[in-house]
Design a protein around this ligand. Sequence first.
Ligand code: IN0
Length: 318
Amino acid sequence: MGIAKEVVQHPEDLIPLAKLVVASKKIKMQLPAEPHWGFAYSMLQNVSRSFALVIQQLGPELRNAVCVFYLVLRALDTVEDDTSIPVDIKVPILLGFHEHIYDRDWHFSCGTNAYKVLMDKFHFVAVAFLELSKSHQEAIEDITMRMGAGMAKFICKEVETVAEYNEYCHYVAGLVGLGLSKLFHASRLERLAPDSLSNSMGLFLQKTNIIRDYLEDINEIPKSRMFWPRHIWSKYANKLEDLKHEENSLKAVQCLNDMVTDALAHVQDCLEYLSDLKDPAIFRFCAIPQIMAIGTLALCYNNAEVFRGVVKMRRGKK
Ligand code: IN0
């Protein structure tokens, strides 16, 4: 639904949307002069406009490190997601990615649209990475190594148990929390948060995305993507894709509520993590995605629309 139609139906969204547009215009003008930082920040805006704003409100000592970390993770994600890469090519790249970020000449063409540009011009990200402080480099390298290994482990492995579901979400999102906590600490802006709380911050976001994107993932061509754990959906259906059929919507919504309840178990840790933060900009950076996620989960709960299309929060509400 176009932004204009949304505003007509929800005039109360106009002010926040206007503020968003003004803020993004102001930031567009401030792109750094150096080619590698110019590329990094314009790439950030291309892959996630709203989150780019959230990163750019961070202080100078942290902004560059989080920007590079975000792009390295998006690149790793692009390799993991590209179904046209044969497994025997993909696995070594995932396992060696933590070395490639130090290599100005390394690049591997894959992905589509903005992500293809990110991969083709990845040397800019490596140059920017090499300009970060040693402690920031070590934090990003450690997380990239552990995430690459975790992704490689699940390339040919189905998510069966809830423990495997938590393990997969740890590799692709929990580790992001551990990495960000290390970056905040390395910048001497926050104490180092307990891994369990940092992990929950990532799991809550990732599980919300997995629940929201059920239909998009199950209809993925050429091969459907299945992240819902068998031990949950097999209580409601014989096959995960059966949940999308109208005649199964009662069981489907029961399964959905089961998944949402599982995700809500991480909320207490997330509130504890947020309440321990001292720096206002870091608090905003961490709180905004969490607020988006709880809003999205509330929209998904008990909502059969999840099995008919992707349920998204209105931009104005964002
Ligand atoms: C993120 C997270 C993120 C932000 C702040 C603190 C975090 C603590 C632990 C884990 C992740 C944390 O936020 C982004 C938000 C984002 O990109 N939102 C998209 C909308 C969307 O639906 O994708 C937007 O366009 O606004 C996030 O979702 N992830 C992420 C990736 C890298 C970094 Cl450095 C921080 C992705 C994921 C998979 C949830 C970790």
